[in-house]
Design a protein around this ligand. Sequence first.
Ligand SMILES: [Zn+2]
Ligand SMILES: [Zn+2]
Length: 341
Amino acid sequence: MKALVWTGPNQSEIREIEKPVPGDDEILLKVTATGVCGTDLTIYKGYFPPERSVPPMALGHEMSGIVTETGRGVKGFSAGDRVIVDPLISCGSCYNCAKGLRHICKTLALIGVDINGSFAEYVKVKASKLHRIPDGLSFEEAALFEPLAVTVHAVRRSRLLAGDTVLIVGGGPIGILLAMTAEIAGARTVIVSEIQESRLKLLREYGFTAVNPLENGNSEIIAEYFEGIGPEIVFEATGTPQGWQASIDLACYRGRIIEVGVPKGKQEIDLRKGNFGELEIIGSRVYEPVDIKTALKYLSDRRYDWNKLIRTFPLAKGPEVLAELGSGKTDIMKAIFTLRD
Ligand SMILES: [Zn+2]
Ligand SMILES: [Zn+2]
C-alpha cells in the first residue's frame, strides 16, 4: 500500500509499505481523511524524543475512514462502517491506568507517533478504539475530532463555569478550537492573542476578538477586555517562554493557567506572580474517551463552519505540504490529507 513516510529530519516521501493484517480484536481501517497535527510537524523536524519516533515511519494520528475487515473477535462493527479512531495506546496496568487515567499512562503511546499511523492507505486498530461518525459529517470534518477533543479536555481541566472570562494565548489550530470550545462551554469573554496575520484574520472571521501582543500591551488588554483585573482562565497554547510570561502576567489573581501547548524545552519565566497572585497551573494532556464523544457532538451541532479551518490535499502531495508547514511560512490553518479512490 502507499504511505507518506517520514524518512528523517525535514524529509518525507511517498513509498510502498506493507499493508497491515488485523488481529482477532482489531479491524482494518481504510483511511479517508487524516489531519496534520503540530506533533506530526515536531516529529518531522526531528525535535521529538528519538526513542519514540524512529524513521522510516508513516506519521498521522487524526484519522477517519471506513472499516474494511474485522478480526474474528470483533463485535459491533462491520465492513462499511464510517468511523474515527482514538489513537491512544495505554498499558492498562500502570498506576495511572489502574486509576482509570489511561490518557496519562506511564508509557502512553500513539498510533502515528510511536508506530505507523494514518498517512497511509490502511491502518489496523483495536475495535475498542472506534467511534462512529455522526450522519451528515464529512470524513474531513470528522478528522477534526482529535484536536477538538484536546480542547474539550483542556476546558474540562480548567473547571470553566458559565460566565468566566477567558484568554487564549496562541491562535493556531488548537488555540482557535479552544476559543470555540470555551464559548460553547459558556465563557462570557473569549479573547485570543496571536501574532500571525492570517490567523488573526481567520479568528476575526469566526467572530472572535483577536489581539496581537506585538501591537497591544498587557495593561491595554487587561483594561480593554478584562475589566482591569485580567482573565480568570488562560489557556497557554504556544509552549513558548513569551507565551508563558504573557499568561502569568495577564491572569487575574487566583486565575488558572492551563498548559495545553507542549513547552519547547526548558524555559526562563518570572514566576513571582504565581506566589503573589495565588495562580494555579494545570496541565492538560490529550483526552479521555468522553472528550471524543463531546467533540463529535460539537462537530455535528455545527455552531461553527468547520470547513473554513480546513485545507485538503491528496496524500500524494504530502512531501510538499509537510515541507511548507514545517517551514512555518504558511497561511494554512489545518491541513488534512484525503485518500479517495
Ligand atoms: Zn493531533
Ligand atoms: Zn498505563
